[in-house]
Design a protein around this ligand. Structure first.
Ligand SMILES: [Zn+2]
Length: 419
């Protein structure tokens, strides 16, 4: 058991001064604000909770920064998400078991150091290069990598069965991702007994392009009803058009029509939404998992935050393709994309919480915990005890200004701690 004293700390209801916390086995067991330090307390200055990472494809870290030149594929025409995906598939077909483990270990270590509390790993690189009949050892390698660097993880093995809406067969470069429903359930049953401390398992469907309604129903019915469910949805306009052509409905409208979408569900990207879809997601209690840096890098589009925020929709952030691993940069991109679109300033905030950094951080921690399916972060009793100390140059600066300045300027640095 260890005790800490913070000059200021961001608790779930906002900033508090002189906060004392007691930690046992990696979780907060006591948090008291507006109090005095006691003998033996370690002093940490101004702290915020670490941030759950709601969406990761860890292997894509190996191509970060390497797809920033125009494709030579003449047929591709303009570069887009779809031409990027071809390059990503090439990488996915070169990585072997050891390569995946090494990139995961380095990437998870960076997440810890840059302020992430835990990761939701959306894992579809199932089949080994040297033995395609083995579709479980990569999941174990990811769990091992996370355990070795001490990053809590919600592993989301992905069901990926088709190349496109209407049960189109997987193309040659997608073969390593493919599982039947039977194989998917077998994978869950094999992995579950091997989970270590602070490791969780969730349900995951790649997208409505890659999995059909019957498969999703079969998986949800067969697995425990208290695990989070993740799915990519409406990331690209082309997906919306394919869904309209096949189902006569937009992707999110179709999903909400077919399934009892509730707080278990996590809709990754959810970029292209009409007004009714925005309202229904917010009402459902599902989390919109936004990946602002990757979405900008891939030219996906801009999430309709003002309408979603007005309806008190829940959201999280994820570093997705890991073009950068910096939670504050995700939040900066989220706010700046809204400023550019709306031609306004200070969009991601509220009357009650006018500081953008504070509003964003608390919202994303709350949504991120729901995405993880456990209390991965938060300076409160029961949550894992990861914190980020804000190290400013001006001691007189107020805590909420320090957090804004970390996100929007380069005048504040940080140090991550797992207490
Ligand atoms: Zn993704």
């Amino acid at each position: 058991m260890n005790s800490y004293f913070f000059q200021a700390a961001l608790l779930p209801d906002g900033w508090h001064q002189r906060v004392r916390a007691v930690v046992s086995e990696g979780r907060f067991i006591e948090v008291v604000a507006e109090t005095e330090p006691q003998a033996g307390d370690q002093h940490l200055g101004v702290v915020i909770p670490a941030m759950p990472n709601g969406h990761s494809h860890v292997f894509q870290r190996a191509m970060a920064g390497l797809a920033e030149h125009r494709s030579t594929d003449a047929a591709a025409g303009q570069d887009s998400f779809w031409t990027w995906r071809e390059r990503m598939y090439q990488l996915a077909n070169e990585l072997d078991h050891d390569g995946l483990y090494q990139v995961a270990k380095a990437c998870y270590q960076e997440m810890r150091e840059t302020g992430y509390a835990a990761v939701c790993e959306f894992h579809y690189l199932h089949r080994r290069l040297d033995d395609p009949s083995d579709y479980h050892s990569h999941s174990l390698a990811l769990l091992q990598a996370a355990a070795e660097v001490g990053l809590p993880i919600t592993l989301l093995p992905v069901l990926y069965a088709f190349a496109g809406v209407g049960d189109q067969p997987l193309n040659p470069l997608q073969q390593r991702f493919g599982l039947s429903v039977e194989e998917y359930l077998d994978l869950h049953h094999r992995i579950k007994p091997q989970l270590q401390a602070e490791q969780h398992l969730g349900i995951c469907f790649h997208s409505i392009r890659a999995v059909n309604q019957q498969q999703m129903k079969a998986v949800i019915e067969a697995l425990p009803n208290d695990t989070p469910i993740h799915i990519h949805i409406a990331e690209q306009q082309a997906e919306v058009e394919q869904s309209l052509a096949h189902y006569g409905q937009r992707p999110v409208a179709w999903l909400l029509d077919q399934f009892a979408v509730d707080r278990r569900w996590n809709l990754v990207h959810a970029t292209h939404l009409d007004a009714a879809e925005v309202e229904h997601i917010a009402d459902s209690g599902a989390v919109a998992v936004l990946c602002p840096l990757t979405e900008a890098n891939l030219g996906d589009g801009i999430f309709p935050m003002p309408a979603f925020k007005q309806l008190k929709g829940l959201w999280a952030i994820g570093s997705d393709s890991h073009v950068e691993i910096q939670p504050q940069q995700e939040l900066k991109m989220l706010e700046y994309s809204q400023r550019l679109l709306q031609q306004q300033r200070n969009v991601c905030c509220s009357e009650a919480q006018p500081h953008v950094g504070t509003w964003q951080w608390l919202q994303a921690v709350q949504g991120g915990n729901q995405a993880c399916g456990f209390a991965a972060a938060g300076i409160r009793v029961g949550a894992l005890s990861g914190v980020v100390a804000l190290l400013g140059h001006e001691p007189a600066r107020r805590a909420e200004q320090l957090l804004d300045a970390w996100i929007f300027s380069d005048r504040v640095s940080i140090k991550s701690h797992r207490l």
